[in-house]
Every structure is written in structure tokens, then in C-alpha cells.
Design a protein around this ligand. Structure first.
Ligand code: ATP
Ligand code: MG
Length: 182
């Protein structure tokens, strides 16, 4: 029992360290202190890597992730930071999509930028919460959320990383069809 309790304490301590690190990263990004190391990166490459990283979680829930991002999308970004964006967004999509759902990644070029859409067939986000979810610690108060874990920092981090690259992020709700983060 002592061992079990120590394991629990250890686990909670790890979670606190993660939380503190997320907060530190957010504040460094907000204050412009994070150095963004721009280099040409294949978007397909990042997407495939992150999908592979999260494939066990997907399999466990019977969720299918597909990407039709083509080789041609090579953009100047910080690989490590953009990987975190994909990990958080795909991670959320898995977390808030019931078993047997689907997640779809697409990319298309607009005038001066590339738009990436991450769509899921999950619980979706009520329109009144579509701005607040990007704030620190904000989590939508819906039934399914009760069994999901999280601190509500992921999207705040994602937004800061995207904006540090000169990009924008937004979410739309497809009626009955889940969320699309762009
Ligand atoms: P953390 O990312 O810190 O582990 P979290 O996933 O709850 O916790 P965020 O990633 O910041 O926090 O997301 C904020 C809230 O937005 C979530 O709690 C959830 O209510 C909602 N949300 C985010 N992504 C989705 C999605 N794909 N579908 C439905 N709701 C979502
Ligand atoms: Mg999250």
C-alpha cells in the first residue's frame, strides 16, 4: 500500500511538472522569448510521424486517422514546435471522439499560406465556447468531458505556437459531425 501511494504521488508530481512546463512555455511564447528555429519542413512528414506516435491510442479506441497531406507542402517552421501543435490537436481529436470515430487531416494552399484542417467526428464544441477554448485552463463543461483528463492548457500552447509562426488558428463546428481545427 505504501508503494502504491508513493507511485500515486510520483504520478501526480509528474503531472504537476508537465503543467508547470506548459505554463512556462506559454509565457515564454507570449513574451516573445521563445526562439523559433525556422527550417523547411515537409508537412506530410510531420503529420505521418505524429499519427504514428498516437496510433496506439487510436487503435485502443478504434479510431481511424487519415491524412491526405501531399509531399508538396514544404513550409518554413520550427519542427519541434509544429510537432507539438499536431500532437495536441490530434490528441484532442482522439480524446473527444467516441470509439469508432474518424479523424481526417487535409492541407491546401491559400495565397500566402497553407491551411491545415484537422477534422474529427467527435462531440464538437458549442459555438459559445469556440473562442474560450484557446484560453488557459478553459475546458468545455459537457458530459463526456467528465471522464477525460486534461488541464486545459493544450490549446493555449497551440495557439501561441501558431501565432509565433505568424499563423492563425480557429475552430468550426460541423453540425452532428464534430470539430474542425484549422
Ligand atoms: P490538456 O490539453 O491540457 O491536456 P484539454 O485537452 O482538456 O487538456 P485543451 O487541449 O486546451 O485542454 O482543450 C480545451 C477544451 O476544448 C477541452 O477540454 C475540450 O472541452 C475542448 N476541445 C478541444 N479539442 C476538442 C475536440 N477536438 N472536440 C471537442 N472538444 C474539444
Ligand atoms: Mg488538449
Amino acid at each position: 500500500d505504501v508503494i502504491k501511494n508513493l507511485e500515486k504521488i510520483n504520478h501526480h508530481a509528474d503531472e504537476l511538472v508537465d503543467l508547470i512546463n506548459d505554463l512556462l512555455d506559454i509565457s515564454r511564447l507570449e513574451s516573445g522569448k521563445t526562439i523559433i528555429r525556422f527550417e523547411p519542413i515537409s508537412l506530410k512528414n510531420i503529420a505521418d510521424k505524429v499519427i504514428d506516435m498516437l496510433s496506439v491510442q487510436c487503435k485502443d479506441k478504434g479510431i481511424e486517422v487519415s491524412s491526405n497531406i501531399q509531399e508538396e507542402f514544404v513550409i518554413n517552421v520550427d519542427r519541434v514546435q509544429i510537432e507539438r501543435v499536431f500532437i495536441n490537436l490530434i490528441g484532442n481529436a482522439i480524446k473527444f471522439t467516441p470509439p469508432q470515430g474518424k479523424i481526417m487531416l487535409t492541407a491546401h494552399s491559400k495565397k500566402d499560406f497553407v491551411q491545415i484542417d484537422i477534422a474529427d467526428t467527435g462531440i464538437g464544441i458549442p459555438s459559445e465556447a469556440q473562442e474560450s477554448i484557446f484560453e488557459e485552463f478553459y475546458r468545455v463543461d459537457n458530459a463526456i468531458k467528465q471522464d477525460t483528463k486534461g488541464t486545459g492548457l493544450g490549446l493555449s500552447l497551440v495557439k501561441n505556437i501558431v501565432e509565433a509562426h505568424g499563423g492563425t488558428i480557429w475552430v468550426k463546428r460541423k453540425p452532428q459531425e464534430g470539430a474542425v481545427f484549422s
